[in-house]
Design a protein around this ligand. Structure first.
Ligand code: FAD
Length: 409
C-alpha cells in the first residue's frame, strides 16, 4: 500500500457496514480495499450462500452447466468480515446502528446494497409449482423442473421471462409465455424494436401469448382472464422486480416512487454517512437529465467504485454512467447501452428480421443509446461514442457494413 493510501486509510472512518451481499455489496467491499481503506469492512447478507453472481442463474446454473456462480473473491485475505444468513431488519441513522436478527450492529458508514426482489403474482405466495427466479435457491428448485421436461407457463415476457424460456426450451420443455401487453419487453423497449423480437419465441418453439392476463392459478393450470386454461406442471413468474428496501421503513432514509433509496450523484442518501448502490438505489443522471433506477449488473459493478472513493475521502466525479446490460435469449446475444427515453429518432443497421442488427437512438444527431443483436463490435464502439457525446451522420450510420466509429459527423 502506498504512503498516500496509508494516510488516507488513517483519516477515514473505521467501520464500514454493507447491508446486502450481492454484486453491489461485494464490489463495494472489494473497492474499499482496492482504494486503500484500512478500517473494518462487514458485509451482511440475508442469504446463507457464499456471495454469488446472478446473471448465470438464468443461464448456465439453471441448465446445470455450472454448479453455482460464487464470486471469485478471497474475503478472508481482504479482511472483509462476512455475516451470511443474517437479515437486516432496520436502520437507525441517528444512532449509526443497524438492527439485525442477531442484534444491533454499529457503523461509522453504512452502504445500503440490498438489491431488488421479484414482484409476485397476488395470491400465489407459497403455492406449489409456482416459481420465481432471483436467487440461487430459486434456480436450484427450477433445475429438476427443467430436467423433467415439464409443461411450463412463464408469466411475463420481460428479460427474465425470455431467458428462462430459452433455457426451458433448450432443456426440452413445452413453454408458453403469457404477456399482458401486446408485445415482449414492453417496459424496456419501444414497439418498433420489441415487435421483431417477438418472433424469436416461435423460432425457439415457445408459444408467446400477448394480451394474456392471468386471472388465477389452480394446481396444474393457469387460468387467463379470457377463460383459457393452460396446463402447467410449473409456473415461472417474471413480472419485474422492486427495490428490496422495506426494511428501511421508518429509518428516515428517503425512498422514491419505486420504493428505491433516493441517492445523489455521489450515491449519498438523505441520511448522513449512508450510501446506496446497485438495484436498490436511483441516482440523478446528468447525462440524461433524469433520475435513473437501473436493475442491471454493470451498474452494480460501477457504482461501488464511486461509493468507495467517497468513503476513503477522495472527491469522486459525479456518478454518471452510460448504463449497459446484456441478455442471452433464444440463441442471440442482446446488448444495450445508454438510455433512449429522450431520443427523437432511430437509425437501423441491418434488418431486424435477420440474425444480427443494431438500432441506434439519436437526440438531434447525438447518439444516446443503442441495442445490438449479435453485433458486439457495434455495442463496444457505440458505448464509447455515447460516453464521448459523439454526433453521428445518420446516412453513414445506417450502413451496417461501416464500422460505427467511422459514422460520426
Ligand atoms: C436471474 C437473473 C439474471 C440476470 N441476468 C442479467 C444479465 O444477463 N445482464 C445484466 O446486465 N443483468 C442481469 N441481471 C441483473 C443483475 O444480476 C442485477 O442487476 C445485480 O445482481 C444487482 O446487484 P445488487 O447487489 O444491487 O442486488 P442483488 O443481486 O439483488 O443483491 C442484493 C443482496 O442483498 C440481500 N438482501 C436483501 N435484503 C436484505 C436484508 N434486509 N438484509 C440482508 N441482506 C439483504 C439479498 O439477499 C441479495 O443477496 C440478472 C438478474 C437475475 C435475477
Amino acid at each position: 500500500m502506498s504512503e498516500q493510501q496509508q494516510a488516507r486509510g488513517a483519516a477515514t472512518p473505521r467501520r464500514v457496514v454493507v447491508a446486502g451481499a450481492g454484486m453491489a455489496g461485494v464490489q463495494t467491499a472489494v473497492a474499499l480495499r482496492e482504494q486503500g481503506f484500512t478500517g473494518t469492512v462487514t458485509l451482511i447478507g440475508a442469504e446463507p450462500h457464499q456471495p454469488y453472481d446472478r446473471p448465470p442463474l438464468s443461464k448456465a446454473v439453471l441448465l446445470g452447466k455450472a454448479e453455482d456462480s460464487a464470486f471469485d473473491v478471497d474475503f478472508e485475505a481482504l479482511g472483509i468480515e462476512l455475516r451470511l444468513g443474517c437479515e437486516v431488519a432496520g436502520a437507525r441513522p441517528a444512532d449509526h446502528e443497524l438492527d439485525t436478527e442477531a442484534g444491533p450492529v454499529p457503523y461509522d458508514v453504512l452502504v445500503v446494497a440490498t438489491g431488488a426482489e421479484p414482484v409476485r403474482l397476488p395470491g400465489t405466495e407459497g403455492m406449489p409449482g409456482v416459481h420465481l427466479l432471483r436467487t440461487l435457491d430459486d434456480a436450484e428448485r427450477l433445475r429438476p423442473v427443467l430436467a423433467r421436461q415439464h409443461d411450463i407457463v412463464v408469466v411475463g415476457a420481460g428479460w427474465i421471462g425470455a431467458e428462462f424460456a430459452t433455457a426451458a426450451r433448450e432443456a426440452g420443455c413445452a413453454v408458453t409465455v403469457v404477456e399482458a401487453a401486446d408485445r415482449p419487453l414492453t417496459g424496456s423497449l419501444p414497439a418498433e424494436v420489441a415487435v421483431p423480437m417477438a418472433a424469436w419465441y416461435a423460432d425457439s418453439g415457445a408459444v408467446l401469448r400477448t394480451h394474456a392476463r392471468v386471472a388465477h392459478i389452480e394446481p396444474g393450470v393457469v387460468v387467463l382472464d379470457d377463460g383459457s386454461r393452460l396446463p402447467a406442471d410449473a409456473v415461472v413468474v417474471g413480472v419485474g422486480a422492486r427495490p428490496a428496501t422495506r426494511w428501511l421503513a421508518g429509518s428516515g432514509i428517503a425512498l422514491g416512487a419505486w420504493g428505491e433509496v433516493v441517492a445523489d450523484d455521489r450515491l449519498r442518501t438523505s441520511a448522513p454517512d449512508v450510501y446506496a448502490v446497485g438495484d436498490c438505489a436511483s441516482f440523478p443522471s446528468g447525462r440524461y437529465g433524469e433520475r435513473l433506477l437501473v436493475h442491471h449488473w454493470d451498474n452494480a459493478l460501477q457504482g461501488p467504485r464511486t461509493v468507495a472513493a467517497n468513503i476513503v475521502g477522495e472527491a469522486p466525479a459525479a456518478y454518471d454512467p452510460v448504463p449497459y446490460f446484456w441478455s442471452e435469449q433464444f440463441g442471440r446475444f442482446v446488448q444495450y447501452a445508454g438510455h433512449h427515453a429522450t431520443a427523437d429518432s432511430t437509425v437501423w443497421r441491418g434488418d431486424p428480421s435477420g440474425p444480427a442488427w443494431t438500432v441506434c437512438w439519436l437526440r438531434g444527431n447525438r447518439l444516446v443509446a443503442l441495442l445490438a443483436v449479435g453485433r458486439p463490435r457495434d455495442l463496444a464502439q457505440g458505448r464509447r461514442l455515447i460516453e464521448a457525446g459523439a454526433t453521428m451522420d445518420p446516412g453513414l450510420l445506417a450502413d451496417p457494413a461501416r464500422p460505427l466509429k467511422s459514422a460520426t459527423a
